[in-house]
Design a protein around this ligand. Structure first.
Ligand code: CP3
Length: 339
């Protein structure tokens, strides 16, 4: 079916149409803030078991759609499944976040069969998702995935990965190239299994200088988008280069993503004036810890600024685990009823 004739609001906006009210979804919309997620996560035994059980992962993907009626469902998985498929040891320790084993770039070998359950999840979702909802697949961007691989987990200062990127660029390029190639294969298979849009999460894009950003964020992203568009001309790609302020225009132009997801530190009015792509964003997830008045004031500011523009309402970063469910519900209704 040609995308332009689609009845899916989110796809229409990604084709440059204006929709009022705008379509919306929230990064990390499935997760610990929802009691039904916590119940299934407990039943699965571990987070990775949940990711690799297609029935459970599809169910978790659909939970927020049932509860809040977003315009898009995002596949339930994790950006660190790529390192796992490359043979890196991956564990999620309670209270500690991910822990990744040591590796050498020349030993990495992408075993796509490890990701087969993820494609299975998408096939279930394609069948079960209401027809007006868009199915979003995703991966981490090479830079952000590399930060977890080189640091061995989450990091506060990114000292190891920055030292490697800046002082051993040829060695680091080997790693980035491996991640780029496996990400192209991974996302291409997600699209074949039913993803209509893919988002590249670059949570740590803002850690690099302008020059390093071009090398390790913009160019690898451009390689991924051009390969995917060759294989799947109809696919829509959203980039989320978090805190990339000074590089946003160049990122949008060179990486040729269809939309840029803005974090909460960037100005929406500036983005509409200066960026040619569709914009997604950018309510600070911290606002969801506030009361209805504050949520209404801040969300309305965004909705008014975006009037008349192709825009997707989202948060500036993922929903936090302690977020009150009733506030997510309130925000969803507010966006849906905005005139
Ligand atoms: O958005 C969605 O609802 C889809 C699922 C999704 C998850 N992670 C599930 C998850 C998506 C799109 C992600 C992306 C992701 N994963 C990013 C980029 C976005 C961001 O938040 O910056 C990053 C950096 C990761 C890596 C990751 N996964 C970390 C650092 C952690 C531990 C910290 C934490 O939040 O617990 C995870 C675990 C994770 N990924 C959980 C979920 C629901 C929590 C696991 C649990 O249930 O214990």
């Amino acid at each position: 079916m040609p995308v332009l004739n689609s009845n899916k609001k989110l796809l229409k906006v990604l084709n440059g149409e204006v929709s009022s009210p705008p379509p919306f979804w929230f990064m990390r919309q499935a997760g610990r803030y929802m009691p039904e997620y916590r119940a299934l996560r407990e039943k699965a035994g571990s987070f990775l078991n949940l990711c690799f059980n297609p029935e459970y992962a599809a169910e978790v993907t659909l939970q927020p759609i049932r509860a809040f009626d977003m315009d898009a469902a995002i596949l339930f998985a994790d950006i660190l499944l790529i390192p796992a498929a490359l043979g890196v040891d991956l564990k999620f320790e309670t209270g500690e976040g991910p822990v990744l084993g040591k590796f050498s770039p020349d030993e990495l070998n992408f075993d796509e069969s490890k990701l087969a359950p993820v494609y299975e999840t998408l096939k279930i979702l394609k069948r079960e998702l209401p027809k007006d909802k868009t199915l979003i697949g995703f991966a981490g961007s090479p830079w952000t995935v590399a930060t977890y691989m080189v640091e061995g987990g989450s990091s506060k200062n990114f000292a190891k990965v920055k030292r490697m990127a800046i002082c051993e660029p040829e060695y680091f390029a080997q790693l980035i190239d491996v991640i780029v190639d496996s990400t192209i294969k991974y996302l291409s298979s997600q699209i074949k299994a039913g993803a209509e849009v893919v988002q590249l999460f670059d949570s740590w894009a803002g850690e690099l200088s302008e020059e390093e950003f071009e090398k390790w964020v913009t160019k690898p992203t451009a390689k991924i988008t051009s390969a995917l568009k060759k294989l799947h001309p109809e696919i829509k790609i959203i980039g989320f280069p978090r805190r990339a302020h000074f590089s946003l225009i160049e990122y949008a132009n060179i990486s040729a993503v269809d939309a840029v997801s803005l974090d909460s530190t960037s100005r929406l009015d500036w983005a509409f004036e200066n960026m040619k792509c569709v914009i997604q964003g950018n309510l600070d997830p911290a606002i969801l810890f506030s009361d209805k008045d504050c949520i209404k004031r801040e969300a309305t500011k965004i909705l008014n600024t975006a009037k008349g523009k192709p825009f997707i309402f989202n948060l500036g970063h993922g929903i936090l685990p302690e977020t009150p469910v009733e506030n997510v519900k309130y925000l969803s209704e507010l966006i849906r009823n905005f005139k």
